[in-house]
Write a protein that binds this ligand. Structure first.
Ligand code: HEM
Length: 267
């Protein structure tokens, strides 16, 4: 049995990680497509009222600052969603290091800016959901800022191992908003009704738990990933692979739900 685990652990770990990457990046590209088709397209056509498709307070007549910050926020959302996962592809890093560095600078700069804009939208303009949602997404912004700081710091010091680790923490933090939509739609698919939250106020225990699950918990999964990757223990690799497999299946189903129930109907 021990022999079997040792033989399968390393290839399983590699393949499940790849599977996670393909599922996640495909889902994020579709999210970016939604952002381009809804927000970029309507801005290009001067039809800003269309921004209110998802929520009636995204474009508010007369609130020039708020509208501008929302516009910058969603404009950056598409950029970071498309660029982020590509930074993890080792072929690009090795064959085109200049592209990796240029995209990295854009990504880090966007990480700071999208978080600052998000904090303004949450605390100054006021967002949907209660104070718990506002706090959990603000912690997400903080994790983004800290991870972006260390990712760039270690890149400049040419400490590639630590740079890579902080970059993965950053990518997962930057994926929090996307994960929120994916796991929200998975929940809706399972229950076929708004269970555990009030659809009018968008508050409730389920949404509070989801905030922690998608904005904070992925950081622990990243820590487990590196612990399994650098460990010689086949059991650790196997356990992490199974955990990631279950999470990825959830992501795949939730993404289908988000595409069909949320993103496509709005564009
Ligand atoms: C870094 C990755 C992020 C992405 C890709 C992203 C993406 C988006 C998108 C696409 C929207 C428009 C709503 C929709 O069509 O679904 C939006 C709205 C919003 N975002 Fe972000 N966002 C990110 C980070 C953040 C952060 C860190 C915060 C808070 C600190 C934040 C706060 C908000 C707020 C308040 C709104 C308006 C919606 C509301 O009123 O609840 N975002 N974001």
């Amino acid at each position: 049995m021990k022999q079997v685990i040792q033989t399968i652990a390393i290839p399983l770990f590699r393949n499940v990680t790849r599977f996670w990457f393909v599922v996640t990046y495909s889902g994020q590209l579709i999210f970016a497509y939604y952002i381009l088709m809804l927000y970029y397209r309507s801005a290009a056509l001067g039809d800003f009222e269309k921004w209110n498709t998802a929520n009636p307070h995204f474009y508010i007549k007369g609130d020039v600052t708020g509208n501008l910050i929302f516009g910058i926020h969603v404009a950056l959302a598409a950029v970071i969603t498309i660029l982020g996962p590509l930074q993890l592809v080792s072929k690009i890093r090795n064959k085109a290091p200049r592209i990796h560095r240029i995209c990295g600078r854009i990504y880090i700069f966007s990480a700071f800016l999208i978080s600052a804009a998000g904090l303004y939208l949450t605390w100054v303009r006021g967002s949907i959901g209660g104070p718990f949602s506002a706090i959990s997404i603000s912690i997400n912004a903080l994790i983004i800022i800290v991870s972006a700081f260390f990712a760039i710091k270690y890149a400049m010091q040419r400490n590639i191992k630590l740079h890579n680790q902080w970059a993965v923490h950053l990518l997962l933090a930057m994926s929090g908003v996307w994960l929120f939509r994916v796991f929200f739609m998975l929940w809706m698919l399972i229950h076929s009704a708004p269970v555990g939250f009030d659809p009018e106020t968008f508050t409730g225990p389920f949404l509070s738990a989801l905030g922690v699950f998608v904005y904070i918990l992925p950081q622990a999964v990243v820590a487990l990933y590196f612990s399994a990757k650098f460990s010689n223990s086949a059991n650790k690799k196997l356990a992490f692979s199974l955990l990631l497999l279950v999470i990825t299946i959830g992501i795949a189903v939730g993404t289908m739900g988000a595409i069909l129930g949320m993103w496509l109907p709005r564009i």
